[in-house]
Write a protein that binds this ligand. Structure first.
Ligand SMILES: Nc1nc2c(c(=O)[nH]1)N(C=O)[C@@H](CNc1ccc(C(=O)N[C@@H](CCC(=O)O)C(=O)O)cc1)CN2
Ligand SMILES: Nc1ncnc2c1ncn2[C@@H]1O[C@H](COP(=O)(O)OP(=O)(O)OP(=O)(O)O)[C@@H](O)[C@H]1O
Length: 201
């Protein structure tokens, strides 16, 4: 089978980052709380009316405290839900993380299947601000995901600000890219929030 070089390079980088995470075992909850405190100073996020976020999987920064605080302000929150027959993710509005989530695909907590689903493109008004998980990011906003293109499909056509969220050890000098890869506007770790160009914080 023909295998373009950039794909094999992405796979090598995934392997490298997974090894780093296993070696450093970052504290998901602590990292998530520190990232949330840094993000709370980002006006583009604070001024947003709707947030599209994630529930942590594996060692990803756990930002659930931040999401609970966000919901308390009365603003909208959307989380991904796997649609089995489409083998793709949709986004679902949730108001209560304690009662409206179930253990979903891959064991990731996701909105209950009975809740209404929204499909891309998310060219919403007011625009959603996205907190995007990833295996690795670079400083120009390129993102390396888990290799299934799920988030790229969710983000294609999304008009809002996209903020990659990861631990420091997941920031790399450069990520090989593909035409369908969607760039982040900011990348947030437990030590910094990097603006990737084009936006004023
Ligand atoms: N928190 C979070 N939510 C997310 C993502 C993510 O990266 N993080 N996704 C970003 O796209 C989507 C889910 N995509 C995923 C893609 C692959 C695997 C994965 O590693 N699967 C392993 C088995 C994992 C296991 O069961 O332990 C595999 O297929 O080998 C997990 C999630 C949507 N929701
Ligand atoms: N917008 C899209 N529409 C259709 N297919 C897509 C789209 N984006 C990515 N794909 C497909 O998904 C596969 C994985 O892509 P890639 O390796 O870039 O994923 P990733 O960004 O690492 O993963 P993820 O988005 O799931 O975290 C590729 O085969 C690609 O063709």
């Amino acid at each position: 089978m023909h295998m373009p070089t950039h794909l094999t390079t992405k796979e090598a980088l995934r392997h490298e980052i997974r090894a780093r995470l296993r070696a450093t075992r970052p504290d998901s909850l602590r990292s998530g709380r520190v990232i949330a405190s840094l993000l709370s100073e980002l006006s583009v996020l604070a001024e947003g009316q709707a947030l599209a976020a994630y529930m942590a999987f594996g060692l990803e920064p756990d930002i659930s405290d931040y999401l609970v605080a966000w919901l308390k302000t009365g603003k909208a929150l959307y989380l991904p839900a796997f649609i089995e027959h489409e083998q793709a993710y949709a986004m679902v509005a949730v108001h209560d993380l304690d009662t409206q989530l179930v253990a979903g695909h891959y064991g990731i907590r996701e909105p209950h299947p009975a809740l209404p689903r929204l499909h891309p493109p998310f060219d919403c008004e007011p625009p959603w601000t996205w907190l995007v998980p990833g295996l690795a990011f670079d400083q120009t906003g390129n993102r390396l995901g888990r290799g299934r293109g799920y988030y790229d499909r969710l983000l294609t056509g999304a008009t809002g600000i996209k903020i990659g969220v990861a631990h420091d050890c997941q920031i790399v000098p450069a990520i090989p890219t593909h035409a369908h890869d969607v760039r982040m506007d900011y990348v947030a770790t437990e030590t910094r929030v990097v603006s990737c160009g084009g936006h004023i914080a």
